[in-house]
Design a protein. Structure first.
Length: 365
């Protein structure tokens, strides 16, 4: 007796083939779309983890493991310094792979910042912006953006971020938000956003920075902010509380170490905030110009000392000086010498570690 294979009805066969065809079409369409996506932020979730997941599911070229893995975790400063080249080259390979998101954004001619001044607060960040602004290849977000450090802004996505900077044709698009430096989540988020971004950190004598900060807090609060001593000292009135908020941005080594878990040293340029005031800013602006790969523009004549303001100011193309307003460079409050002395002592070991980390002695005493 011969057995006959069961016959598949033709209409079932057709139905099956149609389903395969539709599925292949949808898959191919999604692949092509997402290879070129840019600011269609409906796709892009605000958080690095979710962004990475979405991107990896939509775009096979995006490697989720990269944006979330700190490069230098658990490496001592010494180790970091020694293996700088090896780690940087390894990281460059990873960056190449992980940057499809950013390249896609560039491809569509978007206007997202490619440079960030991450801090530190009261170290001269506004003055630096004022100096950079005169360079013809630079565009700067007019206000502090606080995209990566404020949940309400970050959740608005990249479309919102892109609107904060106006010029689309400048070579270097900069935003500054000094709170980024001490915000725990920001480095990871910035890395997920653009792992080859250039970062600028201004470091100034940490004690002077605290005094400047406290002076500003005093004025902004109408004199109601607690005294510096109330903020700094623990109950015995002698030991500095290292968790005091007002001194955090001056702990340069602590926060820079955290940033270095996400970015190589070569991507973070440090500007000496004291030198920016003491000497013609040209001496700090020229290396910065090189770091940002800008055409040569800055020279000594682009900055002039204003005796009324007491600071150097940039010279505009019509030869006018563009000094900062009265809120910058205000006279400090009077502080106890004993407080200044204790602060100086407190910062000393942190400063030494910072010098070792960056390979430069800033001479803060
Ligand atoms: P002081 O309050 O100690 O004077 P930021 O812009 O980050 O808030 O920093 C403010 C500090 O920038 C001021 O600190 C001021 O000294 C310093 N600064 C540096 N260069 C300056 C310049 N050319 N004009 C005005 N302020 C400048």
């Amino acid at each position: 007796m011969s057995t006959q294979a069961p016959q598949i009805p033709v209409k079932h066969m057709l139905c099956f083939l149609l389903t395969v065809f539709v599925c292949s079409f949808v898959f191919a369409y999604q692949y092509i779309e997402n290879s070129n996506y840019c600011l269609s932020t409906s796709y892009i979730m605000p958080y690095p983890e979710s962004t990475a997941k979405v991107q990896s599911s939509l775009n096979p070229r995006f490697d989720t493991s990269i944006s979330r893995s700190p490069i230098y975790t658990n490496l001592s400063h010494e180790h970091y310094n020694k293996s700088d080249d090896a780690v940087t080259s390894k990281m460059n390979n990873r960056i190449e792979k992980s940057n499809s998101f950013w390249k896609a954004a560039e491809f569509r001619g978007c206007c997202l910042p490619n440079t960030i001044i991450i801090g530190a607060k009261k170290a001269g960040t506004r003055a630096l912006i004022n100096f950079l602004k005169i360079h013809p290849e630079v565009a700067i977000a007019p206000n502090e953006v606080h995209f990566f450090d404020r949940e309400e802004n970050y959740s608005r996505g990249l479309k919102w971020y892109a609107k904060k900077i106006e010029s689309q044709d400048a070579k270097v698009l900069i935003e500054k938000s000094p709170y980024y430096f001490i915000d725990y989540n920001t480095p990871e988020r910035v890395q997920a956003y653009n792992s080859s971004i250039k970062l600028i950190l201004l470091a100034r004598n940490p004690v002077k920075r605290v005094l400047s900060d406290q002076t500003q807090l005093f004025h902004n609060s109408g004199g109601t902010t607690p005294t510096l001593e109330e903020k700094l000292f623990t109950y015995d009135n002698t030991t500095v509380d290292k968790t005091a908020k007002v001194l955090q941005p001056s702990l340069y080594v602590k926060y820079l170490t955290h940033w270095l878990q996400w970015f190589p040293k070569s991507q973070i340029h440090i500007v000496d905030g004291d030198k920016l005031v003491r000497e013609n800013p040209f001496y700090e602006m020229k290396p910065l110009e090189k770091f940002l790969q800008l055409s040569s523009f800055f020279n000594l004549d682009k900055f002039q000392f204003s005796s009324t303001k007491g600071f150097f100011c940039p010279v505009l193309s019509n030869n006018d000086l563009k000094c900062l307003g009265s809120t910058k460079g205000t006279k400090h409050l009077r502080f106890y010498n004993s407080t200044i002395y204790k602060l100086t002592e407190f910062f000393q070991p942190y400063n030494e570690q910072f010098y070792t980390l960056v390979g430069k002695d800033f001479g803060w005493t």
